[in-house]
Design a protein around this ligand. Structure first.
Ligand SMILES: *Cc1c(COP(=O)(O)O)cnc(C)c1O
Length: 344
């Protein structure tokens, strides 16, 4: 049975909007088809709704067919679209791990979709059997975040594979932090599993959070459905331009990643030596989850000194934990010296 049977019937039957640039694809001398302003402002023309140039270059870089790439206004747009495409409002549910990235739950709630939370183990690991036991007939999507935010660890690939094999719905593997991990990307398994969607982003390792560019990789059939539902011009012209330039210089990105990884080790060791710190969790991301004896006063103390970290102490499984992004060497040193003053 095709995985496309999982698509909501109204979406399957949807006649998508055809933009002016859909109806004419070539290069012409004069464009009077899109009600654009003819005077050159550098931005008077609509951007390519299919981001062809960018997908070609990205496809070569990721070794994926351009037809298997969806680009969105951040991965958050892809998360919302995936839920809208597969889940019937007021009827279906999604499965998420706990704790994990909050946007899956928010996007589900906006779409009137119930969220079933499956606790990770005490070591924040995934257990496929627990997830499958939590699924119902109306469970349409499992969101797996690996490396996981906010815990930092990657989830066991054997367990993820089991879900891909046994779950009849869609399995989304969110790899926002994959470039900081030694784990191999699930992009390599796209041919093996037709229910797999892999999410990546330009917001973290690529250093382009302000551009808002997220990627989804899947079968060309699923990508086609996502493209049908997206707003026609969802990735603006500047974003496409800057992303193309970034892809010309992957060595710079690789060097930034190495610096962050070196700093992650330094920061982790420095934090472990501090008296108020109980545990620094192992991380495959560009951040560390740190358990303090008393997280709330540390959080407030840091904030009052202009140092903002993320307080996760109210979330499930992360009591007394702060999530700390790895900064520059200077920023990390400042954080540690400030925390040393607190301990005095
Ligand atoms: C940061 C992050 C993203 C990226 O979202 P964008 O909308 O692409 O900026 C996606 N998933 C997780 C788990 C993240 O932490």
């Amino acid at each position: 049975m095709s995985v496309l049977n999982q698509v909501r019937p109204n979406i399957r039957n949807l006649q998508p909007y055809a933009s002016a640039r859909d109806e004419f694809e070539g290069v012409a001398e004069i464009y009077l088809d899109a009600n654009e302003n003819p005077f050159d402002t550098a931005f008077n023309r609509y951007p390519d709704p299919h981001q062809r140039q960018l997908k070609d270059k990205l496809g070569k870089f990721k070794r994926v067919n351009p037809e298997q790439i969806f680009l969105g206004n951040g991965s958050d747009e892809a998360i919302d679209l995936i839920i809208r495409v597969f889940c019937e409002p007021g009827q279906d549910n999604i499965l998420v791990m706990d704790p994990t990235y909050g946007m899956y739950g928010v996007a589900a709630a906006i779409n009137h979709i119930t969220v079933r939370k499956v606790p990770l183990s005490a070591e924040f690991q995934l257990n496929a059997e627990n997830v499958l036991n939590a699924a119902t007939d109306t469970s349409k999507i499992i969101f797996i975040c690996s490396p996981n935010n906010p815990t930092g660890n990657h989830l066991d690939q054997n367990e993820i594979d089991t879900l891909l094999k046994k779950f009849k719905g869609i399995v989304v593997v969110d790899e926002a932090y994959i470039d900081f991990s030694e784990q191999e990307s699930y992009v390599r398994k796209l041919d093996e599993f037709d229910n797999l969607i892999v999410l990546q982003t330009f917001s973290k390792a690529w250093g382009l959070a302000g551009l808002r560019l997220g990627m989804a990789f899947s079968s060309s059939e699923i990508i086609e459905v996502l493209n049908k539902v997206k707003p026609p011009y969802n990735v603006n012209q500047l974003t496409q331009k800057y992303a193309l330039e970034a892809l010309d210089d992957p060595a710079q990105v690789e060097s930034d990643i190495q610096t962050i990884l070196t700093q992650r080790v330094w920061l982790s060791q420095a934090l472990e030596k501090l008296p108020g710190v109980e545990h620094v969790y192992p991380s495959d991301g560009n951040f560390l989850l740190v358990r303090f004896q008393h997280a709330q006063p540390v959080f407030t103390y840091l904030m009052n000194r202009g140092l903002i970290v993320r307080n996760r102490s109210q979330a499930f499984g992360t009591a007394n934990c702060l999530r700390i992004t790895v900064g520059t060497e200077e920023e990390n040193k400042k954080l540690i010296s400030t925390l040393k003053d607190y301990a005095k």
